[in-house]
Write a protein that binds this ligand. Structure first.
Ligand SMILES: O=C(O)[C@H]1O[C@H](OP(=O)(O)OP(=O)(O)OC[C@H]2O[C@@H](n3ccc(=O)[nH]c3=O)[C@H](O)[C@@H]2O)[C@H](O)[C@@H](O)[C@@H]1O
Length: 444
């Protein structure tokens, strides 16, 4: 009876509109079954609605509004925020005074799981500075190498926030939680030749990402002092050697170089309008342990060991292609010196309060080495003869040579590279064999 009531109350179908014509006692069994079926469907619908409502309410109350700052969030597929997250961030940025005189900086390192980023972060932490890493762990090259670098960072007490430099909300949150005194901005789309394949990734990271960071830094209070990675590639087709910071940089030979050059101009703008202290470092073909698999010294080593052919580019008329290869430890010293000599930004809350420092330095080795010589050294260290093929230098952004004049960096930063290519490659090869062969990891 209650079943019948339910049917008539919720579901009008099957209830006669004309009373008297319908005699429930004489309903055939088929109609009973039909009614029972309707009851079940209605109950199912009711309970499903309750269930859906419950899920919606639960979601609304458990996941905080994206506009509430002290909450846990998911953005670009990465979670951040919340008490636990903040505890990691705060612990990582705690300073420890040290005998070496360090320990005075609180640094955000973007691209911390990258090659230079890992080395710089660990060096800062070791001397007592507070360090927080930021990295999006993209797959431009094998992300497992980045994850292994992250483990190294974690062992040194450095927390790496997983996120993109284009995520303004995340960046603002970081500056809300920590009063960073400095930023070492190394996150970028690297690689000269890859720009032909994926041009937008260069615009996304090296231009849009950089502007996004600057927009956050200009508003930060205190504004941090910024040191960032430019590139020797800005010299482009410049033929005057060695390259000096005063030389022209308006002839980039690749989109990569153009985005780095654009970064230098953008840095000028933010320094001029907002009083941000900014130092650009023009790195010259940096190499060493935990390096980048897309670079020639790294991929040559892999292919030589696998007895695969490598391609060596040559300039027109069998001309030599050479690079001012610079060892990571020397670059590292230049980075720390740039941070230590960086003056404070002068603005706050988006307002400039005075002129701020704006610098650009070459960080090279001052002794270019032909790529053929790089291969000879690797053959000797790996004890394997390389199978080589010589091709003309492709028109995809490569330049014939690079050669740094480092007198300005020497004067202002005390920068003095001490590692020749063979010594540096010896250290790289030792690391490479240990990392890939002894640990049985598959190489990139
Ligand atoms: O100094 C810099 O600013 C730049 O240094 C490197 O760029 P690159 O010097 O081209 O370094 P590699 O890709 O390792 O190439 C080194 C040399 O090997 C040559 N090469 C490369 C690849 C190859 O298959 N064959 C070959 O002969 C290149 O022409 C170049 O002369 C980095 O990849 C850039 O991210 C960085 O900004």
């Amino acid at each position: 009876m209650s079943q019948l009531k339910t049917i008539s109350h919720i579901d009008g179908v099957g209830v006669p509109s004309t009373p008297g014509k319908f005699k429930p006692d004489k309903v055939p069994p088929f109609f009973h079954r039909l009614r029972w079926f309707h009851v079940s469907i209605s109950r199912l619908t009711l309970w499903s609605s309750f269930f859906v409502a419950f899920i919606v309410v639960y979601y609304l109350f458990s996941s905080p509004s994206p506009y509430s700052p002290s909450s846990s969030r998911r953005s670009l597929g990465v979670s951040y925020g919340g008490k636990d997250w903040e505890r990691h961030v705060t612990r990582s940025t705690r300073r420890h005074s040290s005998k070496s005189g360090g320990g005075g900086l609180t640094v955000l390192v973007t691209g911390a799981a990258g090659f230079v980023g890992t080395h710089v972060s660990i060096a800062l932490k070791r001397r007592g500075d507070g360090v927080l890493g930021l990295d999006n762990f993209n797959d431009y090259y094998d992300p497992s190498l980045k994850r292994d670098r992250q483990k190294l960072l974690e062992r040194s007490g450095i927390f790496v926030v997983e996120g993109d430099i284009n995520n303004a909300e995340l960046l603002s949150k970081l500056f809300e939680v920590v009063a960073f005194t400095h930023v070492m901005h190394l996150a970028a789309q690297a690689g000269v030749r890859y720009a032909m394949q994926n041009p937008s990734s260069y615009v996304h990271s090296n231009i849009a990402g950089f502007v996004n960071l600057l927009e956050v830094w200009k508003l930060a209070n205190p504004q941090p002092a910024i040191v960032w990675a430019s590139s020797s590639s800005v010299y482009g087709l410049n033929s005057k050697v060695p390259f000096s910071e005063r030389d022209r940089t308006d002839q980039p030979a690749s989109l990569y170089a153009a985005t780095k050059k654009a970064g230098e101009e953008i840095a000028h703008t933010y320094n001029h309008i907002y009083g941000l202290s900014i130092t650009g470092l023009r790195f010259f073909t940096v190499y060493g342990p935990w390096g980048r698999p897309d670079m020639a010294y790294f991929s040559f080593s892999k292919n030589i060991l696998k007895r695969k052919q490598i391609t060596i580019f040559e300039a027109p008329n069998h001309g030599t292609v050479a690079r001012d290869f610079t060892y990571i430890d020397d670059i590292l010293k230049g980075c720390l010196a740039a941070l230590d000599t960086a003056k404070k930004s002068t603005g706050s809350g988006g307002k400039k309060r005075g002129n701020a420092q704006l610098r650009v330095f070459n960080l090279g080795n001052t002794s270019p080495v032909p790529v053929t010589q790089l291969v000879r050294i690797l053959e000797k260290l790996l004890k394997v003869k390389a199978k080589t093929k010589v091709l003309p230098l492709p028109r995809n952004g490569d330049v014939k040579f690079t050669h740094a004049n480092i007198s300005l960096a020497y004067r202002e930063l005390g920068y003095k590279p001490t590692t020749d290519l063979e010594t540096g490659l010896k250290k790289f090869v030792r690391w490479y064999l240990n990392y890939y062969q002894n640990s049985k990891k598959s190489s990139w």
